[in-house]
Write a protein that binds this ligand. Structure first.
Ligand code: G3I
Length: 382
């Protein structure tokens, strides 16, 4: 036996002994712990519901236990939206959102605010769509917008560290900016958005200000991605105070496939080109609403869960390779309460399985895949 062989044998043996001496790194036990290993917070949307209602609320003890186990940051799924907070121009109703923020603070969670302006008529309260802005419409519309942002941001102060100041202002079909009653009154959507971000910066100087949208990596998102990039470039050119892009991350397999990883592999280059351009402008990233639409996968739970987990892992590995990525939030922890059940039911009637926990709040392969990705991603840079 030559010296080299003998030396390599000794070296190999020493390495084997060392490995046995130090326990192999085991996967972190929770989503919160996995994210924390790389300096991030993992979290989820949650809800308000009357006591005893079967909902994704903090009053649901089983669901609250999942939130406390896996989450360090929370966001209200619906209760901070205009429809919930402001039933009329001159009336605010904070009861439900106050209860959610109080519970979150008492239990040590950070809180995101979603959303100060959903710039999409479909989701405006009826009164805002029909508002008569009088003889000086730009002034009147700006006053309504300012009052909303000021009232919310000053009520919650430091309790909310990050706001989706504007949600979904880009039309995914054209890449242009959506028109609304506010944009018609204020001389265009760009004016509305700049006004919203400047007012938010003044009202919440401590907070991370986020533009949030659902442009994604799947085929068919090309115009949406281009429109969001154009908007971010315009914000940058005008000096609009936008700190981060909120990447909602409602990812999905929409065409029949049994090889989710192969689909992900094909989508990666274009998605990285998009993200590279965003961070090159100096924006940070936030994953704000992660879940997986599984309609292209077979109904059978085994293959479906495997496909969802593989697709999610590939996506998260890309996202978590960016140190600019901070908080990572799912849009709910359980299939039982997911918006996907009502908004995007599977054609075969099977219940979507796009959340880390199933209908009975049991963990799924998706949760393991999320933990694995969160634990090994590039650490965030704060
Ligand atoms: O609370 C009322 C209830 O009192 C009433 O009886 C019932 C029937 O009308 O409606 C209930 O409100 C519903 C609310 O969810 C709470 O369940 C609204 O109609 C319904 O439109 C609303 O849907 C939400 C949707 O946004 C629109 O706001 C979904 O739960 C929520 O998951 C979804 O979340 C959006 C994000 O905000 C933005 N990104 C996309 C994401 C998914 O669409």
């Amino acid at each position: 036996m030559t010296m080299i062989d003998r030396r390599s044998l000794l070296a190999g043996g020493a390495a084997l002994l060392a490995a046995q001496a130090t326990p192999a790194a085991t996967a972190p036990a929770t989503l919160k712990a996995a994210a924390a290993q790389r300096g991030r917070r993992f979290g989820s949307a949650f809800a308000w519901a009357p006591p005893g209602r079967d909902a994704a609320s903090f009053d649901n003890l089983a669901y609250a236990a999942l939130l406390q186990r896996d989450c360090a940051v929370l966001v209200a799924e619906n209760q901070m939206k205009w429809q919930a907070l402001r039933p009329s121009p001159d009336r605010f109703d904070f009861a439900q959102f106050d209860a959610m923020v109080d519970w979150a603070m008492r239990h040590g969670f950070a809180m995101r605010g979603h959303t100060l302006l959903w710039a999409y008529s479909k989701w405006f309260p009826a009164w805002l769509n029909n508002q008569d802005f009088g003889q000086r419409p730009a002034t009147a519309a700006a006053a309504i917008l300012d009052r909303h942002i000021d009232t919310v941001a000053k009520r919650y102060g430091g309790k909310i560290h990050s706001y989706d100041v504007v949600n979904e202002a880009v039309d995914p079909d054209t890449g242009g900016l959506r028109e609304t009653s506010l944009s018609r009154a204020m001389g265009g959507t760009a004016n509305v958005l700049d006004h919203a971000f400047r007012t938010a910066r003044a009202a919440a100087p401590h907070a991370e200000l986020v533009y949030n949208d659902y442009m994604s990596w799947e085929d068919g998102n090309e115009k949406h991605r281009a429109g969001v990039l154009k908007l971010l470039e315009e914000f940058h050119r005008r000096g609009t105070p936008v700190d981060a892009l909120g990447v909602q991350s409602h990812i999905g397999l929409f065409q029949p496939t049994t090889n989710a990883a192969a689909v992900a592999h094909r989508l990666e280059p274009e998605w990285r080109r998009f993200l590279d351009r965003v961070v090159a402008m100096g924006y940070r990233l936030v994953i704000t609403e992660f879940d997986v639409r599984d309609r292209g996968l077979p109904a059978a739970i085994g293959p479906r869960d495997r496909g969802v987990a593989d697709f999610a892992r590939a996506y998260l590995d890309i996202m978590l390779s960016y140190p600019e990525l901070g908080d990572v939030l799912a849009w709910g922890l359980s299939d039982r309460y997911s918006w996907l059940r009502g908004f995007e039911p599977r054609p075969d009637g099977a219940i979507a399985r796009g959340c880390p926990y199933d209908m009975d709040l049991r963990p799924k392969p998706l949760r393991d895949a999320m933990i694995a990705a969160l634990a090994v991603g590039v650490p965030t840079k704060r």
